[in-house]
Design a protein around this ligand. Structure first.
Ligand code: ADP
Ligand code: MG
Length: 221
């Protein structure tokens, strides 16, 4: 039996995502609100990295910066060694709100639409991939349903399926289960872990709940 022992002091694998001394501000004509001050952390491939912090500490702002919606006033964010300078299909966000799904599209169309809009797949391949991820989140029976007929937990599963179908390098989740009742929230956390076991995506998850951070995270920052 051969043993492979890493050399002592061998460099750690390069992180997938680096947040490097990032400060973020909101500027209004009469004042500047500092949302984060020189925050640094690294996320590696297949991490479930949880950003845990009290309300108002800048978690959502930081996630928006990673998504490329806002630009740091200081420091930089790198994904695979490229500086993030705008939104892209390599980073998809799942938000807290239930109404992130266009209500006039069926569940299936909600999931296929971004795949078609980004011109990554043809109609048939997009449909196949959407059906596949919808099966993974347990919604095969609801592909023709409209969002308003679904429970909050089911809508969040559609949002997760839609995000995963895009096969982002990092899945960003901003308190995605905060608006659900306690039992549904717990079930969704377990389902997210089961989904991760199957797909092994890289997750950056924001929450203010210590309990949720312990349940979801493999690393907590
Ligand atoms: P968290 O998600 O941790 O609750 P946020 O990132 O939403 O925190 O907010 C961080 C700080 O930035 C808070 O003080 C908040 O009031 C402020 N803030 C958030 N959004 C805006 C905005 N659009 N304009 C001005 N200030 C904002
Ligand atoms: Mg927030």
């Amino acid at each position: 039996m051969a043993h492979i022992t890493p050399f002592p002091g061998a460099p750690a694998p390069a992180p997938l995502l680096s947040v490097d001394r990032v400060s973020l501000e909101y500027r209004t004509p009469d004042r500047v609100v500092r949302a984060t001050h020189r925050v640094s952390f690294d996320v590696h491939e297949a991490d479930r990295f949880v950003l845990l912090g009290a309300s108002g500490c800048g978690k959502s702002t930081l996630l928006k910066a990673v998504a490329g919606f806002i630009e740091p006033t200081e420091g930089e964010i790198r994904l695979e060694d490229r500086v993030v300078c705008g939104p892209g299909p390599d980073r998809i966000v799942v938000f807290q709100e239930f109404d992130q799904l266009p209500p006039w599209k069926t569940v299936l169309d909600n999931v296929t639409f971004p795949l078609l809009a980004s011109r990554r797949l043809g109609r048939r391949e997009a449909r196949e991939r959407a059906l596949d991820v919808l099966a993974k989140v347990g919604l095969s029976k609801f592909v023709d349903a409209y969002p308003h007929t679904l429970s909050g937990g089911m809508k969040q599963r559609v949002a997760i399926a839609r995000a995963l179908a895009m096969q982002p390098r990092v899945l960003l989740m901003d308190e995605p289960f905060a608006a659900l009742d306690a039992l549904t929230r717990r079930r969704m956390q377990e389902e997210l872990l089961a989904l991760w076991e199957e797909v092994r995506f890289t997750l950056l998850f924001v929450t203010h709940s210590i309990e949720e951070a312990l349940g979801v995270g493999s690393r907590i920052g």
